[in-house]
Design a protein around this ligand. Structure first.
Ligand SMILES: *[C@@H]1O[C@H](CO)[C@@H](O)[C@H](O)[C@H]1NC(C)=O
Ligand SMILES: *[C@@H]1O[C@H](CO)[C@@H](O)[C@H](O)[C@H]1NC(C)=O
Length: 375
């Protein structure tokens, strides 16, 4: 009898330990209620896992095709603009799905989703920028092109429209982050914020058009990320120095540039609210990259980031922010910091794997608590 009781006690005990650990783990709890079968990603370098480096000779020469990019993941470049993994990789892992393969990589599995994001891409067509005297790379693969790829992919994936819809109903679709480059190209080519602000409705429209397109194909769970607080990013801090200390906030970020990012984000949030009314059966989530980044920056010392390097690139050289556009990470002779795990910024434009991991944890909590799984 005693041994039976002991046995029962052990079972109960392990049951409680188990349920206690699952209760605190959003990943596991969510996996039971929300069995996504695939992820589709549209976007730019924040989520490109290898499309740009496969896009012609120019792409193959891009920084993301060289070490030290990728050194923390496969010890070789994968096309990700970081030392290792990106947020979308961590999100796929949390949902117990394989990492997404890039659309342009042939002969790799694509049945659990595809990544269409291309580094450097804009939300708007290249013609929009040409008309305004702004140069965009020839490799630019705007949302309209990524959507063409998506439609081509669906043609191969499913036989009938109904079949496609069924698959997309069990998919999580990320439209973005996208739009950051639409502004980057303009800012770094000398356009004034007054003019760039007029692009915002166009960028947001292109983004919501893409959301409507994927909804039209059958998606019912769409995540739309906003822009980063660009005033905290070394490339912006280096390019727009300000001698007035009041131009910087308590986190040493440029206030006006962050204000511009919030302007875009607020516009996007309002547009998404309208989409929710138009498509009440679809869960449309705004992913707050702005808040996620600031949350990591504020908690940086507790998360193990080096307090003296919070706005300095890990891989880079020169200036106050360890960033020089003419000698970027990947160039011969440009050093890499000794402990990338203690840096938020990787190359002055993109973040380290460690920063992306923390951001994705913050975001997953947000996303999974709001996404309703009913099947
Ligand atoms: C949650 O579970 C995942 C997968 O098993 C694990 O990698 C992660 O560390 C866990 N997180 C917490 C907070 O326990
Ligand atoms: C962008 O270009 C694509 C293909 O070239 C075209 O179908 C689409 O209408 C264009 N979109 C806009 C907003 O101009």
């Amino acid at each position: 009898m005693a041994s039976h009781l002991l046995y029962l006690f052990l079972i109960l005990n392990s049951f409680f330990i188990l349920s206690a650990s699952t209760a605190t783990n959003t990943t596991i709890t969510q996996e039971k209620t929300c069995p996504f079968e695939s992820i589709y990603q549209f976007g730019d370098s924040i989520s490109d896992v290898g499309n740009l480096i496969r896009k012609g000779p120019a792409g193959a020469k891009s920084y993301a095709a060289r070490l030290p990019y990728g050194e923390a993941f496969l010890h070789r470049p994968t096309g990700r603009c970081s030392n290792g993994l990106l947020m979308i990789d961590y999100i796929a892992m949390a949902l117990r799905l394989p990492l997404l393969n890039p659309y342009l990589q042939p002969f790799v599995p694509k049945d659990h989703g595809v990544n269409f994001a291309v580094a450097g891409s804009t939300a708007l067509n290249s013609s929009f920028f040409m008309a305004r005297g702004i140069h965009v790379p020839q490799s630019n693969s705007p949302l309209s092109l990524q959507l063409n790829w998506f439609r081509n992919h669906l043609k191969l994936l499913c036989q009938t429209r109904k079949d496609c819809e069924k698959r997309l109903q069990r998919a999580l679709v990320f439209v973005g982050e996208i739009g950051g480059n639409d502004y980057n190209y303009a800012f770094f080519q000398g356009k004034l914020v007054e003019e760039i602000s007029t692009y915002v409705p166009h960028v947001v429209r292109a983004t919501t058009d893409a959301v409507e397109e994927v909804i039209g194909e059958g998606a019912i769970r769409v995540v739309v990320p906003g822009n980063f607080p660009v005033g905290c990013i070394p490339i912006y801090l280096t390019s727009f120095p300000n001698s007035n200390p009041n131009a910087y906030d308590d986190l040493k970020c440029l206030k006006d540039l962050n204000k511009f990012a919030r302007f875009h984000n607020n516009h996007l949030k309002r547009a998404l609210e309208k989409l929710r009314q138009k498509y009440p059966h679809v869960v449309i989530l705004y992913a707050d990259y702005y808040a996620a980044f600031l949350s990591v920056l504020r908690r940086a010392p507790h998360l193990g980031f080096e307090p003296s390097s919070l706005n300095k690139a890990c891989c880079g050289i020169g200036g106050q922010y360890n960033y020089d556009g003419s000698r970027m990470c990947g160039h011969a002779g440009v050093p890499v910091c000794s402990n990338p795990k203690q840096h938020i910024h990787w190359d002055g434009v993109h973040l380290t794997q460690e920063a992306y991991r923390h951001m994705s944890e913050w975001l997953l909590h947000e996303i999974l608590s709001k996404i309703k799984c009913v099947w």
